[in-house]
Design a protein around this ligand. Structure first.
Ligand code: BJW
Length: 239
């Protein structure tokens, strides 16, 4: 039996499904990934931009980078991989989509049962009050943007060394522990705690399906590794 058929068979028998996505799923929409050739970290050092220390040191530089990324993402649309996950949410009684992506494309596609582990680039947070607000202005009127209370706003994104939102992470952990099948698509499985979720699902007995254009550190624990683009393979899982 071919790997894609084994994956389809596991899904056909599943009641509880969880999917974990990363930057690769948005690559076919035109969003740059983080690692590898053409990745964002190729030209920018992560620790200079995606850490609380970097923001403290130079909020304008960090906001210029986020402003540029918002401008890059704004005109982009979800691709067939995002829509296949919306179809899965409707097909399975219990389904949760856990994403590391901050681009908002899963929401734009129509996913509702969604845990955004690393936040969302279209939201800001007040550095003093903690208030989270949607902000879709492109370009931003003022850099760095400020809250009505006068304090600096920051992107509502989880940077390196920062804790993930405990409630969001717990809902992802619960879904992984309960799942019959877990799909891991378009992530390098390099960043924790997201990279540890597949192991939790495996320990609890889930069937693991990985979709990626290359092998990752998690490939060895997968029941099936499907090599290729998520925009092509996710829809095929549902055929
Ligand atoms: C395709 C494709 C196509 C391409 N189809 N596939 C345990 C061990 C070691 C370290 C740690 C640990 N626990 C915590 C840490 C520290 C740290 C960490 O994990 N470091 C590692 C680098 C080792 N984690 C944290 O700091 C987290 N906080 C935390 O745990 O707090 C408690 C704590 C702190 C410190 C110590 C211990 C505990 C927070 C992590 C926040 C991550 N934030 C970022 C940046 C946000 C900034 C922004 O976006 O503006 O989130 S990092 C960046 O990587 C981004 C992504 O969400 C994340 C994951 O990347 P992803 O999505 O996998 O993308 P890529 O580019 O890596 O991979 C793309 C993949 O797609 C590739 O595999 C391609 O092949 C594939 N692909 N096209 C299918 N068409």
């Amino acid at each position: 039996m071919q790997d894609i058929d084994r994956a389809r068979e596991a899904l056909a028998a599943a009641h509880k499904v969880v999917a974990l996505t990363g930057a690769g799923i948005s690559a076919e929409s035109g969003v740059p990934t983080f690692r590898g050739d053409g990745g964002l970290w190729k030209n920018f050092r992560a620790e200079e931009l995606a850490t609380p220390e970097a923001f403290h040191r130079d909020p304008l530089l960090v906001w210029e980078w986020y402003g540029w990324r918002r401008q890059t993402i704004a005109p982009l649309a979800p691709n067939p991989g995002h829509y296949a996950l919306v179809a899965m949410e409707r097909r399975f009684g219990e389904f949760m989509l856990v994403t590391q992506n901050v681009d908002g494309l899963h929401r734009a596609a129509g996913s509702v049962k969604l845990a955004e582990l690393h936040g969302n680039i279209w939201f800001t947070r007040c550095t003093v009050e903690g208030t989270v607000r949607e902000n879709r202005a492109v370009p931003l009127a003022l850099l760095p943007p400020r809250c009505s209370c006068g304090a600096l706003l920051r992107p509502h994104i989880v940077w390196f060394g920062e804790e993930l939102d405990a409630g969001v992470l717990q809902s992802a952990v619960d879904a992984c522990r309960a799942a019959d099948v877990m799909i891991v698509a378009g992530t390098s499985s390099a960043v924790y705690p997201a990279a540890g979720l597949a192991g939790l699902a495996k320990e609890a007995g889930a069937f693991l399906i990985e979709i990626n254009i290359e092998a990752t550190p998690a490939s060895g624990m997968m029941d099936v590794h499907l090599s290729g683009r998520s925009g092509e393979l996710l829809p095929r899982l549902l055929e």
